[in-house]
Design a binder for this molecule. Structure first.
Ligand SMILES: NC(=O)c1ccc[n+]([C@@H]2O[C@H](COP(=O)([O-])OP(=O)(O)OC[C@H]3O[C@@H](n4cnc5c(N)ncnc54)[C@H](O)[C@@H]3O)[C@@H](O)[C@H]2O)c1
Length: 318
């Protein structure tokens, strides 16, 4: 019997990579819901759109009536990626972030409580923990949530809602909080894909403030494998941090991309810092390592090489 998985946001960066991984295994069938915002792209789904174990609904998760259409069958699990995901956009206009990230998550949780899915994995983010100072230990699953911008606040709101549904209704849910992903199919508004796109055209690469903000970078394929481990063996009611063990300043990351492309550092242009910009994220992923045996396998050098190769072959990140 195939395991029926409902993926939300599968036309986006991480969701489409995750569907690729799932469909390598014949024991899974995938239903993908994605409303195709600017971040959701038909070309991200090319590799699996014809797969016999795949179907697609271009539906808004925040629209409960529409959403009901995908519950023409029950699911073994929902893996919930769909979100407005870009911090800068959330600073300009937060409302859609609340609508998709909180109301949409609430709709999916209600479906779980009503018995339409055996469990749900909520893909949250390390940004819900807020910012670390230099020298502070990385966030653990027990660190308090202290979001600092409308995007991370909306993710934290949904993260707490997932927790509340478990405590209140015994909803079978699991939350993952991962660090910054990079890799094939990422929209060019994000740091690494933007740097690649601009460097291809010898355009200036804007860096916020002094570029000394620190992020932990995780190759998307490693993230998808972690989610697969959580899907198959994660414990209901738990939170799992997923990190790359690879903290770097934004400036260093950009310089490495430029170096790999044979371009000069003079393309870097420092611009006014982002409002409420978090200084440092770092994540302790001991729990998923010791309980589920996962650890990141792709080094930053290797992941960057594979990402650049992908963009060279597939054109500018769109
Ligand atoms: N990219 C990262 O570095 C990162 C890090 C931590 C957590 N996350 C989380 O992982 C998830 C996926 O991130 P991503 O980088 O792939 O994002 P993305 O922006 O590339 O993809 C999001 C997808 O969700 C879809 N979507 C948006 N609103 C929708 C709605 N109302 N109904 C249905 N579909 C909708 C979009 O069309 C898009 O295909 C998000 O929940 C994000 O918060 C991402």
């Amino acid at each position: 019997m195939t395991k029926k998985i409902l993926v939300t946001g599968g036309a986006g960066f991480i969701g489409s990579n995750f569907i690729d991984l799932l469909l390598q295994d014949d024991s899974f069938s995938v239903t993908n819901i994605d409303v195709l915002t600017y971040a959701g792209k038909m070309e991200n789904m090319h590799s699996f759109v014809q797969h016999p174990n795949y179907r697609f609904f271009p539906i808004d998760i925040a629209n409960r009536e529409e959403l009901n259409k995908v519950f023409d069958q029950n699911y073994d699990a929902i893996v919930h990626f769909a979100a407005e995901s870009h911090v800068d956009r959330s600073i300009l206009e937060p409302s859609i972030f609340l609508q998709t990230n909180i109301i949409g998550t609430n709709n999916l949780l209600s479906a779980v409580v009503n018995g339409y899915a055996e469990k749900m994995i909520y893909v949250s983010t390390d940004e819900v923990y807020g910012s670390l100072r230099e020298g502070e230990p990385p966030f653990t699953e027990k660190s308090p949530l202290a979001a600092n911008n409308p995007y991370s606040a909306s993710k934290a709101g949904a993260d707490l809602l997932v927790r509340a549904f478990h405590k209140t209704y015994s909803a079978p849910v699991i939350t993952t909080r991962c660090s910054n992903n990079y890799g094939p199919r990422q929209d060019k508004e994000k740091l690494i894909s933007k740097t690649i796109a601009k460097a291809f055209n010898d355009e200036k690469i804007p860096i916020y403030g002094d570029g000394m903000q620190i992020r932990d970078w995780l190759f998307v394929e490693d993230h998808c494998k972690a989610l697969s481990a959580v899907l198959q063996n994660g414990k209901v009611g738990e939170v799992y941090n997923i990190g790359g063990g690879n903290e770097q300043t934004n400036l260093d990351v950009v310089k490495q991309v430029l170096n790999s492309l044979g371009k000069s550092d003079t393309l870097v242009e420092f611009v006014e810092d982002r409002k409420g910009h978090d200084q440092r994220y770092a994540i302790n992923w001991n729990k998923i390592n010791s309980e589920l045996g996962w650890k990141p396998a792709v080094s930053f050098e290797e992941g960057l090489k594979r990402t650049i190769e992908w963009y060279k072959k597939n054109g500018d990140p769109t």
